[in-house]
Design a protein around this ligand. Structure first.
Ligand SMILES: Cc1cc2nc3c(=O)[nH]c(=O)nc-3n(C[C@H](O)[C@H](O)[C@H](O)COP(=O)(O)OP(=O)(O)OC[C@H]3O[C@@H](n4cnc5c(N)ncnc54)[C@H](O)[C@@H]3O)c2cc1C
Length: 438
């Protein structure tokens, strides 16, 4: 059996949904690769045993199965509309087994460092990895595909004063039993904050949520079917979509202001919507209460900016995550401001074979959207290998001005929105680029 030299292979980092998509697409394109996964199994954050996982016992999909699954590998018949993390882990294990992807990964092996051998676009890449208990090993690869996830590194706020109770980030939240008998303040009402508040009402002594801004709440079901499967094919201009969808929301979830939330100072889809109507249900039952932004903390007393205060045993920061690529220098990924500036959120502009998968936020992109990224990368690498004109065209496009992927929505200037795109515009652009390489 002949072995392929690492210099002819792509190093692929991570075996979560994006890394598996990367493996499948490289395999299909016939591009040799070596995968590395720090944990001992596939599934990424959907594997609750993975120390980098940020799911909790009650975590389920917030996008429905049909808009989320890989097109060439539908979830088994009988899967619920919004499966939980354990069912999803089975799905990723089955995906990896079905396509024979597992053998391409070294599990329990963390990538420590990635650096170019030279400054030329076509450079080889020096990759240093470490297996549990082993000494670091370095080898040169033809290229690198990074799929290490975007929702693992906590974005922890700092508060004025000192809290004498328990201060946690959602990344450390696993079970509602952590709340038993406690007066809990959840900071932030995004998807995780609301999910966790709904968990907490059955265990905590009291639940308050401190918010800075208003939100749009989308129910999981409208007319008895998953909300993200309604009207999906219809392409409308932003102003019309915002008008129609916010009217539909008013019918189904009502006005969040009635439940204590501030009025959003932005239009629908200018920030990630919260897919949760149970939080409004619990607020309506007095199980939870909305508070203002935090001014300062003094012992167990939290002072809010509206002049009110409350006593708490636990403060849980549901304040999201930061992009985190600790193994590669920022300038190689073209970091500017709050995120790397990558062509189509994928390609580092300076290099031929440095790509990131999964560094994209959009409402309803699903794993198929991530697979399409992987397909583009794999086809590009293959086309580079074959020296085609289409490869040259993409290389030129990569060096030029970035396309507008916003779909004319004015996204909020938040860290998480720094790599936010409009799903339809984005998928069209990625598919078109991939088709040009087919
Ligand atoms: C509560 C919750 C609900 C969500 N709901 C949805 C949803 O409904 N729909 C949806 O589309 N998305 C959802 N997401 C987003 C989720 O991030 C994606 O579904 C998906 O997990 C992203 O896959 P990924 O492979 O990019 O990253 P991850 O799943 O984070 O996988 C990254 C992998 O890389 C590995 N790794 C990291 N660093 C290294 C290293 N240095 N060396 C080797 N390996 C490394 C990690 O161990 C991990 O296995 C949700 C996220 C959370 C937390």
């Amino acid at each position: 059996m002949s072995t392929i030299a690492t210099q002819d292979m792509i190093a692929l980092i991570g075996a979560g949904p994006s890394g598996l998509a990367g493996a499948r697409a490289l395999q299909k394109a016939g591009v040799p690769f070596q995968g590395f996964e720090a944990w001992n199994d596939v599934g990424g954050l959907w594997n609750i045993e993975n120390p980098r996982s940020t799911v909790y016992e009650s975590a389920h999909l917030i996008s429905s199965k049909t808009t989320t699954e890989f097109t060439e590998f539908p979830m088994p018949a009988g899967t619920s509309d919004y499966p939980g993390h354990a069912e999803l882990l089975q799905y990723f294990r089955a995906y990896a087994a079905h396509f024979g992807l597992t053998k391409h990964f070294r599990f329990g092996t963390r990538v420590l460092q990635v650096e170019p051998v030279s400054d030329t676009p076509d450079t080889l890449w020096r990759v240093t990895v470490q297996s549990a208990g082993g000494t670091p090993e370095t080898a040169e690869y033809k290229g690198v595909v990074i799929a290490n996830g975007t929702l693992a590194e906590p974005n922890m706020p700092t508060f004025e004063g000192h809290f004498d109770g328990e201060l946690l980030h959602t990344s450390a939240y696993k079970s509602p039993r952590q709340f038993t008998g406690k007066r809990v303040l959840i900071v932030g009402a995004g998807n995780s904050g609301c999910d966790i508040a709904v968990d907490a009402v059955h265990y905590a002594k009291s639940i308050d949520m401190s918010v800075r801004r208003g939100y749009y709440f989308v129910p999981k079901y409208v007319f008895g079917i998953p909300a993200d499967t309604v009207g999906g094919k219809l392409r409308l201009p932003p102003w019309l979509k915002q008008k129609i969808d916010s009217t539909i929301l008013k019918w189904f979830t009502g006005d969040p202001v009635r439940f204590g939330f501030p009025q959003p100072a932005y239009k629908m889809y200018e920030s990630h919507p919260v897919v949760n109507s149970l939080i409004l249900y619990h607020l309506g039952h007095g199980d939870a209460r909305i508070r203002a932004d935090i001014a300062r903390i003094d012992g167990h007393t939290v002072h809010f900016k509206d002049g009110t205060q409350g006593e708490y045993d636990m403060v849980l920061a549901a304040t999201g995550y930061q992009l985190h690529y600790p193994f590669i220098a920022d300038q190689l990924l073209n970091w500017q401001g709050m995120a790397p500036q990558l062509y189509l959120n994928i390609f580092a502009p300076r290099f031929s074979r440095l790509a990131v998968l999964g560094m994209v936020e959009a409402s309803g992109l699903g794993w198929q959207g991530r697979y399409e990224q992987a397909e583009l990368v794999a086809r590009y690498f293959k086309a580079l290998q074959d020296g085609t004109a289409a490869a040259q065209a993409l290389t030129q496009a990569k060096a030029g001005p970035p396309p507008d992927l916003s779909g004319s929505y004015h996204y909020l200037k938040l860290a998480r929105m720094a790599y936010y795109v409009n799903k339809d515009v984005y998928r069209d652009a990625v598919r078109k680029a991939a088709q040009a390489l087919a």
